[in-house]
Design a protein around this ligand. Structure first.
Ligand code: NAI
Ligand code: MG
Length: 330
């Protein structure tokens, strides 16, 4: 496997090396291609991502990514939006399931759902008009974009409990009517049991009865918000992995950002990055290695080896070392 490795900025420089240690312990045949991207590169070179970087990413089988800092500077183009568009990675997959010995805000472990977020359009279209007194962002919903994300979500639902919840706000934003209609007809065609929810009431329902959901499909911004919120159900942003999937490319990253408040202190939780590696291996068909990571992670958590965000006193490196040790003795 040819794997591009992007640490990025902030804690990306800590959690990705931790995940790479875990990958190395698995002794797989992987060609690792480091790629520097992000705000640090922009400060150093004036460019956060180049055409050559995109070509390298396109030439790899998959990509493991940490996080990048995005400054509020209107001239700074988001690296992630650029990659998602250039590689046409239309599906953002965020599994939300509890981990052993970790308490989420509800203190329960009876839920297991996946947020499937449309990743290329919606309010993150990048089509903006910025003025002194008024600024506009164009919300884009297309039949093609809705169709392919609906297809992805239905296939995923079929491999799980066959239940799909379509999240939208079509009562207020008429652009969502197209999204809703396409998702409904796709679910019906695939014989997937489906329902729909308005995004605001969905936010409430996910917090009080997360066990009712299986696969949730939604537009870009709503999926972004609902998935960070769902991090609280699991126990923190440091635990959530994600995948960005396109026709020919796959990109795996923790849901969290570069966390400048804790960067450089060896405090960041590496679990989201390590679970992103696990998703990458599953996607690539390396099920045995993925299962080994899960087992090693469970053993680490069961022994109370946790970073401070989970109430522990261990460092990023110590958590990674514990997972590596478990893999080595297997
Ligand atoms: P953030 O996710 O970086 O941090 C939010 C809070 O969660 C902070 O208190 C942070 O310390 C904590 N946190 C996050 N990950 C953690 C981990 N692994 N272990 C322990 N604690 C963790 O979001 P924030 O602060 O809104 O954004 C910081 C920067 O990251 C911004 O420049 C933003 O644009 C960027 N960002 C990048 C993303 C990406 O590259 N995918 C995603 C989200 C934000
Ligand atoms: Mg986000």
């Amino acid at each position: 496997m040819k794997l591009a490795i992007i640490e990025g900025d902030g804690i990306g420089k800590e959690v990705i090396p931790a995940a790479v240690k875990v990958l190395d312990a698995l002794r797989m045949d992987v060609e690792k291609i480091p790629v520097e991207l992000g705000y640090g590169k922009w400060e150093r070179t004036g460019s956060a991502i180049t055409d050559q970087d995109i070509d390298i990413l396109k030439s790899c089988d998959c990509i493991l990514f940490g996080a990048v800092t995005t400054p509020p500077d209107p001239d700074y183009k988001s690296v992630l939006l650029t990659i998602r568009k250039e590689l046409d990675m239309y599906a953002n997959i965020r599994p939300i399931k509890p981990l052993p010995c970790v308490n989420g805000i509800l203190g329960r472990n009876d839920f297991n759902f996946v947020i499937v977020r449309e990743n290329t359009e919606g309010l993150y279209s990048g089509i903006e008009e910025i003025g002194e007194d008024a600024s506009y962002t164009k919300r884009v919903v297309t039949r093609k974009g809705s169709q392919r994300i609906a297809e992805y979500a239905c296939k995923l639902a079929k491999s799980r409990q066959n239940k799909l919840t379509i999240v939208h706000k079509s009562n207020v934003m008429k652009s969502d009517k197209l999204f809703l209609d396409v998702c409904r007809s796709t679910a019906a065609a695939h014989e997937v049991e489906y329902g729909d929810e308005l995004v605001d009431s969905m936010a409430y329902k996910l917090m009080v009865s997360p066990e009712k959901y299986d696969v949730i499909v939604t537009t870009n911004l709503f999926g972004d918000i609902l998935s960070d919120m769902s991090g609280a159900l699991v126990g923190g942003l440091g635990l959530l992995p994600s995948a960005n999937i396109g026709a020919g490319h796959a990109f795996f990253e923790p849901v969290h950002g570069s966390a400048p408040d804790i960067a450089g202190e060896d405090l960041a939780n590496p679990i989201a990055a390590i679970l992103s590696l696990k998703m990458l291996l599953e996607w690539h068909g390396n099920m045995t290695e993925a299962a080994l990571i899960e087992e090693a992670l469970e053993s680490t958590l069961n022994r109370g080896i946790k970073t401070p965000d989970l109430g522990g006193s261990f460092t990023t490196e110590e958590v990674a070392e514990s997972i590596v040790d478990h893999i080595r003795i297997k």
